[in-house]
Design a protein around this ligand. Structure first.
Ligand SMILES: Nc1ncnc2c1ncn2[C@@H]1O[C@H](COP(=O)(O)OP(=O)(O)OP(=O)(O)O)[C@@H](O)[C@H]1O
Length: 273
């Protein structure tokens, strides 16, 4: 993909509006024994927004995503999702309520094909029971066909038709990351959490991934929360950015506001606290 194509996507993207707050995190604190991973963090995410979480290594970014999708339970704070206070949220409940995620290290079934990996993202949507599925009988058969159609739509959207039958383990890293995005999209999430979607990619792969993230946001209306270390990417595609450092929030605003925030500049330059 050429740079002017990315710019065209960004231009189209800049025209759209974000909605009301869909996810509100208030005064979140999380510790592991004596390690304070997050201290009194508050920020919100608006519907249809691309919201980035940035910060130096160990700042608490992944912990924050894990709090949002119910992997970690914060000792303090409140999470309000679609106007409802969430208590005792676990991963399954978060996924059921429309929160999907990808991981820092690819978590796919390497021996399975691209299509089958994407189908695993449909699991929560499947209604027929195990016996019906095993017998491939009646409603289970119809359901399976519907899910396959959806998976094929995602494959077309991500332009990976040519590798749909290839075992994931044989694919280059950049394509595996794209398949992982496909599996998360298969759940038709309302909020998509992306943990370093461009880590380890070359320039061209990053440009493709940027385009897909913008297209997911534009075409499906999906709200996106992403952790990313590539500042160029973050500043280009995000509506707002929250900055963490040593588990504390040190900045929050538009890319331009964050770029000129002295605390953020200090954190990135390694200035002593
Ligand atoms: N499961 C855990 N058990 C103990 N400590 C943890 C755990 N998860 C995270 N931490 C600690 O919490 C702090 C924040 O870690 P976290 O992985 O959230 O940071 P990060 O900003 O995502 O870092 P990176 O950019 O390196 O991935 C670190 O000090 C880390 O060692």
């Amino acid at each position: 993909m050429q740079m002017n194509e990315i710019e065209a996507h960004l231009g189209a993207h800049a025209g759209r509006r974000t909605g009301p707050v869909i996810l509100d995190l208030k005064n979140i604190s999380l510790s592991f024994g004596g390690v304070r991973a997050l201290t009194d963090i508050s920020f919100n995410v608006k519907e249809h927004e691309i919201r980035a979480i940035i910060g130096p290594n160990g700042a608490g970014k992944s912990s924050m995503l894990n709090v949002i999708n119910g992997v970690y339970r914060p000792q303090q704070g409140e999470i309000i999702y679609r106007g409802e206070h969430r208590r005792n949220m676990d991963c399954y409940a978060a996924a059921k309520s429309g929160i999907a995620r990808t991981f820092q290290n690819i978590a796919l079934f390497k021996g399975m094909t691209v299509l089958d990996n994407i189908m695993t993202g449909r699991n929560l949507k499947m209604k027929s029971n195990f016996l019906m599925q095993a017998l491939y009988w009646g409603p289970a058969r119809r359901e399976e066909i519907e899910h396959r159609i959806k998976a094929e739509e995602i494959i077309d959207f991500l332009e990976i038709q040519a590798i749909r039958k290839t075992p994931v383990g044989r694919l280059p890293y950049g394509l595996q990351k794209r398949v992982e995005l496909g599996r998360a999209l298969a759940a038709e999430p309302e909020i998509l959490l992306l943990d370093e979607p461009m880590a380890g990619m070359n320039v061209e792969e990053k440009q493709d991934m940027c385009r897909f993230i913008l297209d997911v946001n534009d075409q499906f209306g999906t709200t996106i929360v992403l952790i990313e270390h590539d500042m160029g990417v973050v500043m280009d595609i995000s509506d707002r950015v929250v900055v963490l450092d040593y588990g504390k929030k040190i900045g929050d605003g538009t890319p331009d506001e964050v770029r000129t925030n002295q605390d953020v500049i200090n954190a990135y330059l390694g200035v002593e606290h």
